[in-house]
Design a protein around this ligand. Sequence first.
Ligand SMILES: [Zn+2]
Length: 555
Amino acid sequence: MTVLRRLPVLIAAWCAVPAIAADLFVDHVNGYTLDSAGKLQRFEAMLVEDGKVVATGSRAGLAGRAGEAEVLDGKGRTLLPGLIDAHAHVMGLGIALRQADLMPTKSLDEALAVVKRHADAHRDAGWVQGRGWNQVNWKLGRFPTARELDAVVSDRPTWLERVDGHAGWANSAAMKLAGIDKDTKDPPGGRIERDAGGNPTGVFVDHAMELVAKTIPPMDEKEAAKVLDAALAEMARVGLTGVHDAGVDAGSVALFKRYADAHKLTARLYAMIGGTEADFDRLAVDGPLSGYGGGFLDVRSVKLYADGALGSRGAALLAPYSDDVHNKGILFHTPDEMTAMIAKATGKGYQVGVHAIGDAANREVLDSFAKVYAAQGGKDLRNRIEHAQVVDPKDIPRFRALGLIASMQPTHATSDMNMAEDRLGKARMKGAYAWRTFLEQGTVVAAGSDFPVESPNPFYGLYSAVTRRDHDGKPPGGWYPQQGMTLPQALRAFTLDAAYAGHAEKTLGTLEPGRFADFILIDRDIFTDEPARIWSTVVLETWVGGKQVFARPPR
Ligand SMILES: [Zn+2]
């Protein structure tokens, strides 16, 4: 009797199983995702449960399984997997958003006007800070000077970082505070710009930046939270659901953890510890951290630097710069030091990503990885070379042999194109910004922006990757267009392969069942639209783990 009475209930419950297996039904979308094999798949609807994708398919096929799930009506708009930036600087973005932005300036006068406006608007700030200047864009033919800066801010110390973060421009007040004068020597790996009499003129390159930067008071906890909030909001706005943070200190890791605990992270952060010194020793006590806070924070990677940047001629080259024939740039470490740092981090189970721009730096890093693998292994940690910007063509196959990921930034190519050939000459361009060559040999290319060096907008990156043109469409055929990616290749580099570079391709990067429901709705179909318009794509909504983290306000 008991059994009979219970039976209908059991049947009802059993019948209802497919219907209650979702809490979000994403209906009526023009959906795209790659599958694990990298093949492009289409869908019209998606079921999500507990923050993860249950199924994608046709509207008719999935509607019957949606049950009581909340419905997101996509109104036929295009849906993509959330984009992942494999190399960026989260706190740097937040700081940049709260500083004078010199990136768009086209002349020294314009830059000085921006600095003056910012200084006047932030009278309470002790230091006037900014970033993004590039004397090449100003057609200045030289670095700017402290005296020029004094003309707009003389009463407060002022420090402005160059667009690549590899040089800083100080006013006289900042130099005075830092105690810099004629007798200050260039530190190892750094250079102070000087006049004919040996007097510092206001620009500090690479390791010389510290001489001034160390006098800036560190930000307090309240300001750090404001900075992170600003960065997270911007990332959500441009459709980034994951970011690999290329070099963080212990303070940032603690802040990220607090945000993860409080469910305040709106993008998944893959933090790379900056260096193998005190912060690494402290953080490595508990070993690598994976999937913390419900898959929102990973700390299982270390960021190292082999050299500087091309713009400031700090990138280490095998042969001298074509436009500075006595200068080969600067290697930050001896080969033995580099090998020891990699061995230390990989020995503790941490992935290593080494910044290497010049061909000499890339070779040093390749040699070091080869030595470490031979001595103690570690190849399975999916180690990476960050930027891999100028590589001797002879060295490119070594990326594959060593199983190294090329972590590259498509927008660097289109930002650098007017400068790179001056620095390198035509012959060296063969192994420069050579994404396609890496892809064709089977190397995983993870794409990023290096924000705030570049805009965080991943559609700028997709556009550069495909067209190798700037936003004005120049040059018309693309810059070394044979190195351009197809759009599916570019999407893969910003999703599946960026996830792979963070050991997360089983949970992120595609919208296959079991993956986190991280996705965006955009205002156009980039696969059918003109490639020339990809960069102006507008993100309408951003969802992370099945929760909306951004919606563009209606106009
Ligand atoms: Zn970087």
